[in-house]
Design a protein around this ligand. Structure first.
Ligand SMILES: Cc1cc2nc3c(=O)[nH]c(=O)nc-3n(C[C@H](O)[C@H](O)[C@H](O)COP(=O)(O)OP(=O)(O)OC[C@H]3O[C@@H](n4cnc5c(N)ncnc54)[C@H](O)[C@@H]3O)c2cc1C
Length: 386
């Protein structure tokens, strides 16, 4: 009997895990990879599309191209999860697993911020970011706000990157002198674990006249008066609002009992990513391990779970514990990319090291994306020969 691994969610975490297991076991393992979508999109590609650097079709990577031995991709919505029975019910049937991996990411809830859907835009969903490609060319004058609406959000550098890219975009269009840009963030600095990165971003903001509103959240928008209301009651007028919507645990995960509520990310063993249910793991944004919600961390946690599954099936020693380290690329505008290497779990508090923007890092970021596509989507040698 082949071991049955059911992976819920084909994002950064699910794709990485599936690839490693397929490489290790080939057709000797039975993996079902389930996602409601038909294609993967990198988070950073949303910025590329929104600012007109790439077309939507160039950043969608269809799951039908996942051709790996031992892996079946199923496009379907997960409706319920029974972690005690290691069972998932989808629109396409019920799946029982020996090992169940929940990699469903974070849900985005624009409607949780009054006025955002009616009077603003958000750039965190694929639909929201792609729609902005047609909205941004119409922005001519007035204040633009990049506003975070909840304390926990994916890719903490993204709002700062968006401000810097918006500056370039408006400069190219000759509209910068008639516009203002402000970033509203719930942190005291753009990247709290790395003072050097934060300083570099704040210097770039100062050079370009971008305002940083620290320790604040946008609580609501008043579309009639065109003002954003912050959590301390202060009001900021806007002509363009680019929001980071409220993030929540997917409802199906809350209903499964794996999470205590919509903002209680799935508790896991920090070293192994196993949930309180044996044989059930939570990787990536859906878990509450304490690392930022980012692809590199989803990938890192998937590698630890893959190593644990390989050790379990082959009877080898337990793998190295999860380290909670990762590198995030930061778009600085002017076609420059920096990098911050962060470590969230090994010391008493998170730390980060800054690599200043360079041409080498532009190439490294491109290689980061290309290597994932190659690994996750290109047929493995076993498939080619088989
Ligand atoms: C603008 C922006 C820029 C970013 N830039 C970066 C960056 O530069 N570097 C970086 O590391 N990270 C970046 N990120 C963050 C990164 O995209 C996420 O943190 C990462 O994708 C999380 O991986 P995951 O596997 O946990 O979840 P996801 O990649 O979100 O995958 C979860 C999957 O589960 C599926 N799913 C959810 N519910 C169901 C259901 N009920 N049934 C079936 N399928 C379901 C979804 O369709 C999705 O495909 C960025 C994000 C944004 C928004």
């Amino acid at each position: 009997m082949r071991t049955r691994v059911v992976v819920l969610g084909a994002g950064f975490g699910g794709l990485e895990l599936t690839t490693i297991l397929s490489d290790a076991f080939g057709a000797d393992i039975d993996i079902v990879l389930i996602d409601k979508g038909d294609a993967f999109v990198f988070g950073f590609s949303k910025l590329d599309v929104m600012f007109g650097r790439l077309l939507p079709a160039q950043v969608r990577h269809p799951y039908r191209d996942v051709l790996k031995p031992g892996v079946r991709f199923l496009q379907s919505t997960v409706r319920s999860i029974d972690p005690a029975a290691r069972r998932a019910v989808t629109d396409a049937g019920t799946f029982d697993a020996d090992i169940l991996v929940v990699a469903l990411g974070a849900d985005l809830d624009p409607s949780a911020t009054p006025g955002l859907v009616e009077g603003g835009n958000e750039f965190y969903t694929v639909a929201g970011a792609f729609a902005l490609r047609d909205i941004l060319p119409r922005f001519e004058r007035g204040p633009a706000i990049i506003g975070v609406t909840g304390k926990t959000f994916k890719c903490p550098p993204a709002p700062s990157e968006t401000a810097l890219l918006l500056h370039d975009y408006l400069t190219t269009r000759g509209r910068r002198a008639d516009t203002e840009i402000a970033v509203v963030m719930p942190f005291g600095t753009p990247i709290p674990p790395s003072p050097d990165t934060s300083q570099a971003i704040l210097a770039a903001f100062a050079e370009r006249g971008i305002k940083f509103v620290k320790d604040s959240l946008v609580q609501s928008l008043d579309p009639r008066r065109k003002v954003a209301v912050l959590n301390d009651g202060a009001e900021m007028p806007y002509a363009l609002f680019l929001g980071v919507p409220v993030h929540r645990v997917p409802q199906v995960v809350v209903e499964s009992g794996l999470a205590a509520g919509p903002y209680g990310w799935v508790p896991v063993n920090k070293k192994t990513l196993e949930t309180t249910f044996p044989g059930v793991y939570a990787v990536g944004d859906v878990n509450g391990v304490g690392t930022p919600k980012a692809g590199v961390f989803a990938e890192g946690s998937a590698r630890v779970v893959a190593a644990a599954i390989i050790a379990q099936l082959r009877g080898g020693p337990a793998p190295e514990p999860y380290k909670g380290t990762g590198s995030c690329y930061v778009e600085f505008g002017h076609n420059q990319v920096g990098r911050v290497d962060v470590d969230f779990l090994s010391g008493p508090k998170p730390t980060g090291t800054f690599q200043p923007p360079s041409a080498a890092l532009v190439a490294e970021k491109a290689q980061f994306g290309a290597s994932r596509l190659q690994r996750w989507f290109a047929p493995s040698s076993q498939t080619k020969s088989g």
